[in-house]
Design a protein around this ligand. Sequence first.
Ligand SMILES: Cc1cc2nc3c(=O)[nH]c(=O)nc-3n(C[C@H](O)[C@H](O)[C@H](O)COP(=O)(O)OP(=O)(O)OC[C@H]3O[C@@H](n4cnc5c(N)ncnc54)[C@H](O)[C@@H]3O)c2cc1C
Length: 465
Amino acid sequence: MQGVVGAFIAKELSHYDVKVLVLDKENDFANQTTMANSAIIHSGYDPKPGTLKAKLNVQGNQMYKDICHYYKIPFNQMGSLTVAFDEAGVARLHELKDQATINGVEVELLSAEEVLAQEPAINPTVKMALLAPTASIVYPWQITFALFDHSISNGVEVKLGQEVVALRKAQEGYTIETKSGEEFQAHHVINCAGLFGVEIQKMIEPTEDAITPRKGEYFVLTRGAYKYVNHIIFPLPTERGKGVLAVPISNREILIGPTSEVIDDFDDVTTTKEGLSYLIKEIKNTMSTVPTDRIIHEFAGLRASSTRHDFIIEESKYNTGLYHVIGIESPGLASAPAIAKYLADLAAFEQLPRKTNFKEYQPTTLITKHKQVKDHPDYGVIICHCEHVSRQEIRDAMHGNVGSHTIKGIKKRVRAGFGPCQGGFCEPTIVRLISQEMGISPKEVLHDGPNSAVLKRDSKEIFKT
Ligand SMILES: Cc1cc2nc3c(=O)[nH]c(=O)nc-3n(C[C@H](O)[C@H](O)[C@H](O)COP(=O)(O)OP(=O)(O)OC[C@H]3O[C@@H](n4cnc5c(N)ncnc54)[C@H](O)[C@@H]3O)c2cc1C
């Protein structure tokens, strides 16, 4: 299963001389919870001391900088401010500071003057803030692509579009059956199916655990909002979570969200008028001005909240060699590298034979803008004008170990369609490029999953050239 948790586990296993197969029901990497979240590598002061969440968040935070450096992925350590607006809030910040000390996280209390000097857009009634300098931002799908690209180069096999529908005990190990009717044999199985982890578990054994989807809706402010905030801004955390944040996810965009709504439908990632209104109302408590005329996009993600209120990482009580890595809600992204190490210790990966020919990382899909236009003129032909993405970069994004030929896949890899026009200008050209490069009809070009073709019938002369 190929979310960010599966990615770190696959990478960990790729160091050993064993056959590793990753199955996922989606037709792209990082397409479920890993795609839609706040993108924060939390510092680790917030989780309750003594929980796995607290331990692995702090460890994961410490690992990310080197990992992103190795994979040449942007890692923005901007720090976070948790803000209080009354005396009760100030008392709570002191408690959080004590909790940070117990969890081993560096923090500092800032006065109202210090906060406003650094963040002029914060509501001027602010009384105090807790600065956590190690909080950072990383694009979760970028790290997932890099880890799978590297793992596949080291022999890991990935099969997409393979929904696991049955898991059975076999004579030796397990039989895994997928919706396409294929069967796979494995000595060991690692269940890291995100929202569906307990569903997978129930295919083979009883469990008292349950996962509930908790929806988080967001909106994105574009360009003119640049410099609106310089840190990740949190309100005080409550029982319902970390509250509505302002997150500068890149030099150009600010994420506002998420909501926190328990729902029944495991596939419901719709955004709603109510959600948007709630976000605007909540963020106005923290920020004095919200440039709502700059909203370009809305999306939602689903947290895999477990009844144990902590990460569940354990070997099955009933089946040896079956491991569950489930209930990985926030801070699952921040904790993912440490989750993989924790599992590696639990399942004694070290006892496996180590590969003698392990390859260092060489990206097989180009996700860089520094190519020579002189040698490759199509790197100079700009297709996505908002994000300055060239024709050749779009072509490159279709190839390599983690290439994709869907519109959303290209967007995730090279940002074509991420900007203010949201693909309104470049999408027809991208459809044509995918169709040409993959030798398929424009009508077969998908936006994302199966049955998401963007054209229903032949359209205009553009597709005949
Ligand atoms: C609103 C929101 C905000 C968040 N903010 C943060 C944050 O700022 N920082 C942070 O650290 N964490 C955050 N998180 C949590 C973080 O996103 C998750 O912990 C992390 O992405 C979980 O990764 P995963 O690999 O476990 O799950 P996923 O990314 O969901 O991957 C699971 C994979 O399993 C596959 N799968 C499921 N069932 C099957 C099946 N039957 N057969 C085959 N494949 C299957 C899915 O297709 C999917 O690809 C947030 C989450 C949400 C929803």
